[in-house]
Design a protein around this ligand. Structure first.
Ligand code: MSP
Length: 628
């Protein structure tokens, strides 16, 4: 019987659907995709989850502004998010939407477990609430702005269910002490420790001021607070109440931006402890992508979209730039200038140029076949010679010892920047080797044929190492290089552990050298990207022809498959989202998707909600009628 591969489960945050992806979101998703690819090449059975966080007041408002129901709105937005990840070659396994019926069931189940175990009670809460961040602002007075986004807060009084977070202070501190790597990096760990040590207040986990959310069963008008809802998505993506049969829970790592560390490192483990469920193994909080030293964010309007970059430079250029330029865990600046600089220096003149030089010479001098060189394979020559130098550099870079520039060691530590730096030392070493060995001069002397074969064999073998090691970051270009080296089978299916010097088979027919990264002229490329960036984005509005969002999702699902993406459940999503296909289920209120009459609006809410000027803000919007 085949041995079971070890499992690895990692997640991105699930993103709000009241906006579209920018390269800040892209950064988190690319990091996860890189880890996913790397772990697969290390032999793990990996599941990566991403998705969309679709409930809350912001969505209610955005849908109203667009003139469509929330259901329609979030479906369209989810399609856009998924399309973006497909365009970037993201190979996610689960795309979870918080409007999935299975997710709602999981949230309701988790709540029941917490309540049955005595950690939930009913109370009243009055406070200043930031509708943009979906959070009460502690210690704020009426009229105070939200400390995070600067927008005015609103005074909200409502009946809530509370979670006894205060009961978990000791358990959490014990847990952090026993699991020192649970929160990464250390700066965030210290931040969380002092927050928890300062005492924990109970947390309201339901709302009556919001309609667009998952109902608390039998407790209408309570709907779940967005964070109780959103965090649970990590569990619903891998089986929810049946998580044991899927074997992926607990998560190995939740990768998040630093601004949401508290939700992940305090609230989420406390909810799971209350429900007596296994805790995730690690929360890794990365820094922010900055634009002119300010966090890139939709609310500040300083965002850069991934598509123009992908269209002009290719997806690998963006992936490389983000992982090479930003030190993981710290903030990093984005600028088009730096992007082009890196692209031309490291990709076009670095990897691209080296690949083209080596492959062109093999084509020219060896009829397009990997030269037969016993000394290239075995490196029989003595210590300290340049041939051995390349072999050793390749082996060190393929190793785990970071003192020897082991890229794998850096990847394990999520130090992507140093991992790439290490791989590029091999590229530079081969460049320098060629400059010293001058194969084009060797080629002029028939008596040096064996030497020429050795030099080109070694260079091609080093390129094979680069292709395998850089594949998780540069999936597209390394796959091309792999084929150009005459290698068959998907590069992503290669085992990194099996990477050994000398396995490049002499006599293998290579493909014609094809430019991996065409050099670009800086001003022209920036001009093109900026022009695309300033094109207005298509607003999400009511469909002119009555085309349903189900149809849009279907199209996107097909496109995803054609692109090689393989999200689970695109078809299942559509089924789950159309109540008409679930026998015995009611319609979503106001859903216009299947042409049947909508259920009546939910009854009055019994809430008191006031904006800054004291006006009542309880507006009528639609809400889904979940399974009870
Ligand atoms: N929906 C919540 C997360 C719930 S997870 C259970 C949310 N959504 S979000 O759309 O605002 O996404 C926030 C995440 O996007 C950040 O934590 C980070 O991963 C990523 N980023 C958004 N802007 C970013 C930058 N400027 N820089 C780096 N990452 C950024 O919060």
């Amino acid at each position: 019987m085949a041995a079971t591969r070890p499992k690895y489960y990692l997640t991105t945050p699930i993103y709000y659907t009241n906006g579209l992806p920018h390269i800040g979101h892209t950064y988190s998703t690319i990091v996860c995709d890189t880890v996913r690819r790397y772990k697969r090449m290390c032999g793990y059975d990996v599941v990566m989850t991403t998705g969309t966080d679709e409930h809350g007041v912001n969505v209610e408002r955005a849908a109203r502004k667009a003139g469509i129901s929330e259901t329609e709105f979030v479906s369209k937005m989810a399609v856009e998010w998924r399309r973006t990840w497909d365009e970037l070659g993201i190979q996610g396994d689960e795309f979870i939407r918080t409007t999935d019926v299975n997710h709602a069931r999981t949230v309701q189940w988790l709540f029941k477990l917490c309540r049955d175990n005595g950690y939930v009670y009913k109370g009243h809460y009055t406070g200043q609430y930031c509708i943009h961040d979906n959070a009460f602002v502690s210690d704020a007075k009426p009229g105070d702005p939200c400390p995070d986004c600067g927008r005015p807060t609103e005074t909200v009084t409502e009946e809530n269910y509370f979670f006894k977070l205060s009961a978990f202070q000791k358990s959490l501190l014990d847990f952090y002490a026993k699991n020192p790597n649970f929160i990464q990096p250390d700066t965030r760990r210290n931040e969380v420790l002092s927050f928890v040590e300062g005492g924990l207040k109970d947390l309201s986990i339901t709302r009556t001021s919001i309609r667009w959310g998952i109902p608390v069963p039998g407790e209408e008008p309570h709907v779940f607070y967005v964070w109780f809802d959103a965090l649970t998505a990590y569990l619903s993506a891998v089986g929810g109440p049946d998580y044991e049969s899927r074997r992926f829970w607990p998560a190995d790592v939740h990768l998040v931006g630093k601004e949401i560390i508290r939700f992940h490192a305090v609230y989420w483990p406390a909810f799971l402890m209350a429900a007596m469920l296994p805790l995730p193994k690690q929360i890794w909080a990365h820094g922010w992508l900055l634009m002119d030293s300010t966090k890139m964010s939709k609310s500040l309007g300083n965002v850069v979209r991934p598509k123009p970059i992908v269209d002009v430079l290719g997806m690998d250029a963006l992936r490389y730039f983000l992982l090479r330029e930003v030190v993981f865990g710290q903030d990093g600046n984005f600028s088009y200038d730096a992007l082009i600089q890196r692209y031309n220096a490291d990709l076009a003149n670095g990897l691209g140029n080296l690949a083209s030089r080596v492959l062109t010479m093999i084509e020219k001098y060896f009829d397009g076949k990997i030269p037969n060189s016993l000394s290239g394979v075995r490196l029989l020559e003595g210590e300290g010679n340049p041939d051995r130098g390349i072999k050793e550099t390749a082996q060190f870079v393929a190793g785990e010892d970071v003192r020897l520039a082991g890229a794998r060691g850096y990847l394990v530590k999520f130090d992507f920047s140093r991992a790439l730096e290490a791989i590029w030392t091999l590229i530079s070493a081969v460049d320098a080797y060629l400059t010293t060995m001058q194969p084009w001069v060797l080629a002029e002397d028939e008596s040096k044929r064996e030497r020429l074969a050795t030099v080109l064999y070694i260079s091609a073998e080093a390129l094979r190492f680069v292709a395998v090691l850089a594949h998780p970051v540069l999936p597209d270009s390394t796959s091309k290089l792999w084929r150009q080296l005459g290698q068959t089978g998907p590069l992503g299916g290669q085992s990194i552990d099996a990477l050994r010097w000398g396995h490049l088979k002499p006599g293998t027919k290579i493909a014609k050298a094809e430019t991996l990264f065409p050099r670009v002229e800086k001003a022209e490329a920036i001009g093109r990207m900026e022009a695309m960036e300033s094109e207005p984005q298509k607003p999400v509005t009511a469909p002119a022809t009555g085309a349903s969002s189900g149809a849009a999702a279907a199209q996107s699902g097909q496109a995803a498959q054609a692109d090689g993406g393989y999200w689970h459940g695109s078809a299942a999503d559509r089924r789950r989202h159309c109540p008409a296909v679930r026998p015995g289920q009611t319609h979503w209120a106001q859903s216009n998707r299947c042409g049947q009459s909508a259920a009546p609006k939910a009854a009055g809410r019994g809430i008191k909600r006031h904006d800054r000027r004291g006006r009542c803000g309880s507006g009528g919007t639609s809400r889904p009628r979940w399974l009870s």
